[in-house]
Ligand binder design. Structure first.
Ligand code: RUQ
Ligand code: CUA
Length: 658
């Protein structure tokens, strides 16, 4: 962004500068006419022509989502979700702080894993992207018209929200499940009482109404580790599948103790049946405190509400709500074929890839082909539900995506490769190395009913020997493969932000047509917004000073403020009056402990400042917004506590006014 704007300055004619000094904001055309055209032509690639897909990658421990174009691999955006963002003030401003409120207080960080696009009829529709917070269990909704996080719900009775947020084909629910079993409700017990006291929960979160996310119900399950999920579609609509490991119920040295059983389980949950049980009152209402935070786009402000209870289904009170499918061995991913019939488990320690059949599962349930029961949950016979085992696939299979042409692609962490196979015939047809240690992989739409099977993105954990060394810390990386032919072909590598776990991809035009360019100033309902320079003002209320400030190329109103005192809390409420795309203004004041803020056209944001010593403090615009960006500045005079310097503010009056 800066580069483009710098070029604009270099090429400005005296005429343009004259116009700017006279106070006319530069017209949009200047951007392309002045200075940039020649340079730009050489490197310019028309948007949406070269990049056919948006790819949304989780940021892992960065807590954010990064957006890339595909096939270019160019990073085009970081979406701030669970981590504070000093570039824009997200999570610092009073408007956005409520987004990060939880029952544990204000949490400015998390570990994101699995982005999931909203779907209509099983196909990604580009309305929203959901993503989980693993550490303090939460799910966020990102609005893909603004690429902003607009809602976050906390998941109660959960610890390690990993099997999340996988979506039903109609976007009715997203899933959440405990990776770590814990006492539910929480209590102080010896860790060695694991088998008796520790439980898991599988949660279904209402997702199809913006601003109304809610925990519809939870299912209380045996104390295993629940790892990943995917929901059924087509014939298997109404079901979701969750992997589990540690059916050994180990609570120490899981590396050995949770790897003993030959098979663990995939839990098949009939959420339609769960809805019936809820309607019939077959649940317990359990007290639980959790936050629901949502962003009001017109008020430009987030709000929190605290919820106090949750509906919990006990499987033995709701027969038919779930079954266990034995699955070798400590399975990680579970993925459902586009036609909804095949359920593939990524058994980390298995030497085969097991594929279950949904229709066989229904038959096994009907014929009661049960091996045993655990806490009222029937365990189906492995042979009764198995479609096949893909022989000799690879080492350490984790995740599977589909190309819509009858092939599945599984990532194999230990042997660092992607293996392609015909999942009906159970035959490996191709394999491609990855550099190195692939975790997730993604084909745009590859977990939906209609994959766009052109590219495959491998997300790798280890990159040494592949890039220039950067000290002990090396980044993670993604690799793009062309999968249109019989053999996969590696096209390129690119670096990622944080650790990308899962990703989602979608054709660019589905998103592009809905993208907003500005916030209409006329619709701005922020209580501290000012919509014209004449309304800009400063008001004192005891020790609080509220500055109603406007920004437009290339000045603030007011830009001189006096009468602030040590001990005051100053609220700079900034409204960007621009109504042009790509003209944010920033604001920073010396000594500010929070981030600076970036205010988008038509938006209002607040920076809170507590000056600590008398003096005169500069403030300035942090975004290179015009040729006279460097002139976009001002001063605040701070007097000692108890001084009687009167409150005064102005812009553009003569230097003689003192
Ligand atoms: S999990 S690869 Cu959340 Cu596989 Cu990361
Ligand atoms: Cu406004 Cu720089």
């Amino acid at each position: 962004m800066l580069g483009k704007k710098k070029l604009l300055v270099g090429g400005l004619s005296a005429l343009v500068v004259g116009a700017l000094l006279a106070g006319c904001p530069p017209k949009k055309e200047l951007k392309t006419e002045v200075g940039t055209a020649e340079v730009a032509q050489k490197v310019y690639v028309p948007p949406g022509k070269y990049d056919e897909f948006y790819a949304f990658l989780s940021g892992g421990f960065s807590g954010q989502v990064s957006v890339y174009g595909l096939p270019s691999g160019r990073l085009i955006k970081i979406i701030k979700v669970f981590s504070q963002d000093p570039e824009t003030g997200y999570g610092y401003t009073p408007e956005t702080k409520p987004m990060l409120m939880t029952s544990h207080g204000f949490i400015p960080w998390d570990d994101t894993h699995h982005p999931e696009l909203s779907q209509t009829d099983g196909v990604p529709d580009g309305r929203w992207l959901f993503i989980n917070a693993n550490n303090v269990p939460r799910i966020a909704r990102i609005d893909l018209s603004t690429f902003e996080t607009t809602e976050i719900i906390e998941i109660p009775n959960s610890a390690g929200n990993h099997a999340s947020p996988f979506i039903t084909p109609d976007s009715k629910y997203v899933t959440a499940a405990t990776r770590f079993s814990v006492p539910i409700p929480q209590k102080d017990v010896p860790i060695s009482s694991y088998a008796e006291n520790f439980k898991g929960t599988l949660s279904f979160i209402k997702a199809n109404e913006p601003g109304k996310m809610d925990v519809a119900f939870q299912i209380l399950v045996p104390g295993y580790d629940y790892d990943l999920a995917h929901c059924g579609k087509g014939p298997s609509y109404g079901w979701c599948f969750f992997t589990s490991y540690n059916t050994e119920q180990a609570y120490t040295l899981l590396e050995i103790n949770a790897s003993k059983n030959d098979k663990d389980y995939i839990a098949a949950v009939n959420w339609k049946r769960a809805e019936e049980c809820i309607a019939q009152g077959k649940y317990q209402e359990i007290p639980a405190t959790y936050y629901h935070n949502y962003y009001d786009e017109k008020k430009h402000m987030a709000f929190s509400e605290v919820k106090k209870s949750v509906k919990v289904i006990i499987p033995k009170d709701c027969p038919g709500v779930m079954y266990y499918l034995p699955t070798p061995k400590s399975p990680h991913g579970v993925d459902v074929s586009p036609d909804g019939e095949y359920i593939i488990g990524g058994g980390k320690l298995a030497t085969v890839i097991p594929i279950h059949s949904f229709s066989k599962m229904l038959k096994a349930i009907e014929q009661k082909a049960f091996e045993k029961e655990v806490d009222g949950i029937p365990v189906l016979k492995y042979d009764a539900v198995l479609h096949c085992e893909v022989p000799k696939p690879c080492l350490g299979p984790l995740h599977t995506e589909f190309d819509g042409k009858g092939f599945a692609y599984t990532s194999c962490f230990v042997s660092s490769e992607v293996v392609k196979y015909d999942y009906k015939q159970c035959k490996v047809v191709d394999r491609a190395p990855t550099y190195y240690s692939i975790g997730h992989l993604m084909i745009p739409g590859g977990d939906s009913a209609k994959p766009w099977g052109k590219y495959l993105l491998a997300m790798n954990k280890i990159t040494k020997d592949r890039y220039l060394p950067t000290g002990p810390e090396l980044f993670q990386s993604a690799q793009l493969y062309d999968i249109t032919g019989e053999k996969m072909q590696l096209l390129l590598d690119f670096a990622t932000i944080g650790e990308p776990h899962y990703a989602q991809g979608i054709p660019a035009d589905i998103i592009m047509k809905n993208v907003k360019k500005i916030y209409p100033l006329a619709e701005n309902e922020h209580p501290y917004a000012v919509k014209a320079e004449k309304d800009a003002r400063v008001e004192r209320k005891g020790n609080e000073v509220h500055v109603y400030m406007t920004m437009i190329r290339s000045h603030f109103v007011p830009d001189n403020i006096e009468g602030i005192k040590v001990g005051d809390t100053v609220y700079f409420h900034l409204t960007n009056l621009e109504q042009d795309w790509d003209i944010p203004h920033g604001f920073a004041v010396k000594g500010s402990e929070d981030a600076e803020i970036l205010v988008m056209p038509g938006e209002t944001k607040t920076l809170v400042w507590k000056p600590k010593a008398p003096g005169v403090y500069p403030f300035y615009c942090t975004d290179f917004c015009s040729a006279l960006h460097q002139e976009m500045q001002g001063y605040v005079r701070v007097s000692p506590a108890g001084s009687n310097v009167p409150l005064k503010y102005y812009t553009g009056t003569s230097t003689a006014q003192k």
